[in-house]
Design a protein around this ligand. Structure first.
Ligand code: BG6
Length: 491
């Protein structure tokens, strides 16, 4: 295990992402003693000229539990806040970063034993437009000083570009400054418990091995729904739209884990090699296999142009051209301002051949992985209706986490991923060639939307989205089960 000083620098320290995700994740790690106070120092860096205490005051309310904090919890928050120091400066001038380096070095000097290492983690909670200049500054002014056991790593967040060309440009700029093992591209869906479980489910269970292919599976849905709109993020969102915000990254990463071949081992490079292969097997998306939507009222946001063509909803069918998946539609669906909030993977199996129970009426077998909320894995299958009659009915085998794993807190995605960056494990991060392949899939479609050649269909906020999307689903072969719904167990 590595020891020595660890300096975590959060750039964009007072921004939304830092306040809502990065600092709370660091705090959780701290509480679990994964960030030992005698080794760790946290730095916030941003442009505004505020004091250490002013930053701490801004962060406090994001760390204190909403409902009645105990004195111990309040005490933990204060101790954690004391680990944070603030440095202010611009994102493109050496002065600020030299000052930052000085602060980090002082801390390293104070805390280091003779052979202690210098570990420096830079978390860019910033808009990507400043990534190149910030990376340049880090490289020029702030690299770790001890060569032997130290390191410098940078963590970047999406959006990594707007299309293939801009993403490649960004990758080149960062790639000139840092080696791939130093770059951690976060896709927080890869930190979710049930996304991480995909590998285990698929490759550690005899059940699934022979079934997981085009002979048995009819279609796969990967779905993200939110029951709120862009909520004050309209300005950002309108530049990107739902495909860049959710599908090209989060849902596509999930698709990789559902569809990839078994990796040679669990080594990060082996896993990522397989993901790239799947992405490279995806054929161009057809216009008639896409339905776009925009919720009514989206343009009322003053930061959104009145004639915005940006989709807030999309269903797109991806097709994988390989031996395992030829002919199986992967239906990617994401939308804002819908009637519910959930994310799930739904694998629907083909009908039973030569059916004698007329179970078709009951619906098909489905294997559902509910990523959130209320994590669960359940299988819909047909059983005899209990009672005197010999009739079939749909039921389920249900592994609901809240019930099965009582008392276990499922870690937040960011918490897990930040820990990985400290440990140097890139398994759950997006490699450069993966990123490129994912942009290759969506760029032609995105350009058509940008040029106004494809238009979103209006839908009512709080609805299922455009009816055309359900029609596309049906056309793709998905058969909805009527009369059965899974009721999550209550504790
Ligand atoms: C972010 C998107 O990446 O993911 C947001 O930019 C979205 O638009 C969020 O709301 C959803 O994350 P989660 O973890 O709540 O599903």
């Amino acid at each position: 295990l590595e020891t020595g000083t660890l300096s975590i620098v959060v750039l964009g320290a007072s921004g939304d992402l830092a306040k809502k995700k990065t600092f709370p994740a660091l705090f959780h790690l701290y509480k679990q003693e994964l960030l030992p106070p005698n080794e760790v120092h946290i730095f916030g860096y941003a442009r505004s000229k505020i004091s250490d205490d002013e930053l701490r005051n801004k962060l406090r309310s994001y760390l204190v539990p909403e409902k009645g904090a105990s004195p111990k919890q309040l005490d933990d928050v204060e101790k954690f806040l004391q680990l944070i120091k603030y440095v202010s400066g611009p994102y493109d001038s050496e002065d600020g970063f030299r000052l930052l380096d000085k602060e980090i070095s002082e801390h390293e000097y104070l805390k280091n034993s003779k052979e202690g290492s210098s570990r420096r983690l830079f978390y860019l909670a910033l808009p990507p437009s400043v990534y190149p200049s910030v990376c340049k500054m880090i490289k020029t002014c702030c690299m770790n000083k001890s060569d032997l056991s130290g390191w410098t790593r940078v963590v970047v967040e999406k959006p990594f570009g707007r299309d293939l060309e801009s993403a490649e440009e960004l990758s080149n700029q960062i790639g000139e400054l840092f080696e791939e093992p130093q770059i951690y591209r976060i896709d927080h869906y890869l930190g979710k418990e049930l996304v991480q479980n995909m590998l285990v489910l698929r490759f550690a269970n005899r059940f699934f091995l022979p079934l997981w292919n085009r002979d048995n599976i009819d279609n796969v849905q990967i779905v993200f729904r939110e029951d709120f709109g862009t909520d004050g993020r309209g300005g950002y969102f309108d530049q990107y739209g739902i495909i860049r915000d959710i599908i090209q990254n989060h849902l596509l990463q999930v698709l990789c884990l559902v569809a990839m071949e078994k990796p040679v081992s669990l080594k990060p490079e082996h896993i990522r090699d397989e993901k790239v292969k799947v992405l490279e097997s995806v054929v161009p998306i057809r216009d008639d296999e896409v339905v776009l939507g925009q919720y009514e009222g989206y343009r009322d946001d003053p930061t959104v142009p009145d004639d915005s063509n940006t989709p807030t909803f999309a269903t797109a069918i991806l097709r994988i051209h390989n031996e395992r998946w030829e002919g199986v539609p992967f239906i990617m669906k994401a939308g804002k301002a819908l009637n519910s909030r959930k994310a799930e993977i739904r694998v629907q199996f083909k009908d039973v051949p030569g059916d004698i129970f007329r179970s078709k009426k009951q619906g098909r077998n489905e294997f559902v992985i509910r990523l959130q909320p209320s994590e669960a894995i359940y299988m819909k299958f047909t059983v005899k209706q209990p009672g005197l009659e010999m009739s079939a009915v749909q039921s389920e085998l249900d592994l609901s986490y809240g019930q099965r794993y009582q008392g276990i807190t499922i870690p937040e995605a960011y918490e897990r991923l930040i820990l990985d960056t400290i440990r140097g494990d890139q398994q759950h991060f997006v490699r450069r060639d993966e990123l490129k392949a994912s942009w290759e899939i969506f760029t032609p479609l995105l350009h058509k939307i940008d040029r106004g050649e494809l238009k979103p269909i209006p839908y009512k906020p709080g609805s299922r989205g455009p009816a055309e999307a359900d029609e596309l689903l049906e056309k793709a072969g998905y058969v909805q089960t009527h009369g059965y719904i899974w009721i999550p167990p209550t504790l």
